[in-house]
Design a protein around this ligand. Structure first.
Ligand code: PMP
Length: 277
């Protein structure tokens, strides 16, 4: 398989990065993930813009247009022009002698690869999620490659037999280890507000838009951990998760058996219609 690294398409085995790359030493980099379905990137513009915003947030000067222009080259060499794919992109601050402060005149390391990938029409899974303390820092809005807080939470969830970890900070549910979290209560949709405690998920935005067009009232307010059992429905959102019902959160079960809540189902159908549009 092939990857794109700093302007060249190479076999993955031939792509080399210095051990002094700050992405490797410090996790000093930004990443992005999007999917191309039936020949077009789903909400590609939103993903490219988020990448650009995140690079700006941490002061990496890199033009994402170079990446954008090279995706089809990569797809061609990788033989993936006609398939649905997942695109992973990462830009680190670059390579320099190890020191914490940002080195002057450093050239960012930019890398991307494509994977054959398919999404089900609707994610019909009932996700089981663990509820764990959110041990991450206070800039969870930055889509950075240092994901230790996220991977430790996810690993703990998986070790405990769950699919995903849902995180709690100051008694409130923030988000999942790699997804956003929504609840339904008395016909209203609840999700954590966009601030430094969550990633501004593109699928979260899409879901809020769909709710608006379906006339489902939305409250961007965090739900307290102690109120989980009072909620009628809960679901996760994410680029590869799409909209996935939560069957169990911690000790609470939403609907017995295989049922998926009515509002979750309406949003899933609206999301499917959007993909097929
Ligand atoms: N929160 C976190 C922490 C994530 O890693 C992700 C997925 N990258 C999301 C939310 C969902 O974001 P998106 O819908 O843009 O994939």
């Amino acid at each position: 398989s092939h990857v794109w690294l700093n302007g060249a398409v190479l076999p993955a085995e031939a792509a080399k990065i210095s051990v002094f790359d700050r992405g490797f030493l410090f996790g000093d980099g930004i990443y992005e993930v999007m999917v191309r379905l039936q020949g077009r990137f789903f909400y590609g513009e939103a993903h490219w813009e988020r990448l650009e915003r995140n690079l700006e947030k941490i002061g990496i000067a890199y033009s994402v247009s170079l990446l954008r222009q090279n995706v089809s080259d990569l797809a061609q060499v990788a033989g993936l022009l006609d398939q649905d794919v997942l695109l992973y992109i990462q830009v680190s601050r670059g390579t320099a002698p190890r020191q914490h402060a940002f080195p002057k005149d450093i050239t960012p390391t930019a890398f991307m690869y494509l994977l054959p990938f398919s999404l089900p029409d609707v994610n019909t899974k009932r996700m089981e999620v663990s509820v764990l303390p959110d041990q991450r820092w206070e800039r969870c809005d930055i889509k950075m490659t240092s994901l230790l807080g996220n991977v430790m939470a996810k690993d703990s969830a998986v070790t405990g037999g769950a699919h995903e970890a849902v995180l709690v900070r100051n008694g409130k549910i923030t988000e999942g280890s790699h997804s956003n979290v929504f609840f339904v209560k008395d016909g209203e949709l609840f999700t954590h507000p966009k601030n430094r405690f969550i990633l501004d998920g593109i699928t979260r935005d899409i879901t809020l838009e769909l709710a608006g067009s379906l006339g489902i009232p939305v409250r961007e307010e965090a739900v307290a951990q102690i109120d989980i059992s009072q909620m009628d429905e809960a679901f996760l959102t994410g680029t590869s998760t799409q909209i996935a019902a939560i069957g169990r959160m911690g000790t609470h079960t939403f609907f017995e058996g295989s049922e998926i809540g009515p509002i979750t189902q309406r949003l899933q159908q609206a999301f499917l219609a959007l993909k097929n549009q």
